[in-house]
Design a protein around this ligand. Sequence first.
Ligand code: B1M
Length: 215
Amino acid sequence: MIEESILKQAQQTIIGQDKAKAIELTKSIIDQGHDAMMLMTEGFIPGINQVGDLFGRGTLFLPELIQAAGVMKEVTDIINASVATSSGIIKKSSKIIMATVKGDVHDIGKCIVVSLLQANGFEILDLGRDVDTDEIIKQAIDNSVDVIGTSALLTTTMGRQKDVEDALKSAGYKDKIKTIIGGAPVTGRWAAKIGCDAYAEDAQDAVVKIKELLG
Ligand code: B1M
């Protein structure tokens, strides 16, 4: 368990864009053997969500959003590395492609999902962010993956998740490769509407849903 006051401090480091303090806090939690993913989900994520709200309301501006995202990225990398290490040697099972869709550079959440899937023994091919639909389909077929996962954070890029479904169908692989989607504006309803096999709300949910998809 991590004390409430520490979680609040973590949240504050993102809002205040205090990189040094955020890194110090993260390393100390890991060194003390606490659950670093809890620091992420109950400390840093509420912090970046608050930054998003302030940005949306026009009380915080793009340079500050970029700074806060930079701090978030630093701590995500440290925590992801610690999650991967603590999981030890794992038997690779199913193969999953993960990408943030074309036109969208948001990848913090996707990287957390990737890290938790890896920690659960999945082999991940992470194509990164701003990835073309055709590239996602090509890589999925060439690498014989079991699942394609796409992340979208903008209402304007969610449509790319439908493009992936349509392209998979056109390529004749819809019944061979499962699909899962996520991202802040994405819902289960959207997944059902575009014919996607699953929707996950967060990284933990992604692990559960992918295990269900693969039986
Ligand atoms: Co941008 N941005 N941003 N941004 N940004 C949002 C999304 C926004 C909601 C902020 C706001 O206005 N309130 C808004 C979108 C509005 C809309 O679409 N209606 C917005 C905007 C407008 C923009 C720009 C257009 C700003 C501008 O330039 N004027 C621009 C767009 C650039 C582009 O992509 N083309 C932009 C840029 C950026 C930064 C580069 C500065 C930075 C991203 C840095 C990076 O990712 N490397 C950034 C950030 C940080 C945000 C907010 C504040 C936080 C996103 C984040 O990292 N959240 C965001 C506000 C918000 O979402 N509350 C905002 C933390 C992360 C852990 O959560 O990504 O949701 P999330 O992932 C979760 C779940 O969604 C889920 O699991 C994750 C872990 O729990 N999940 C999956 C995600 N993917 C999944 C995939 C799965 C399963 C689950 O399976 C495949």
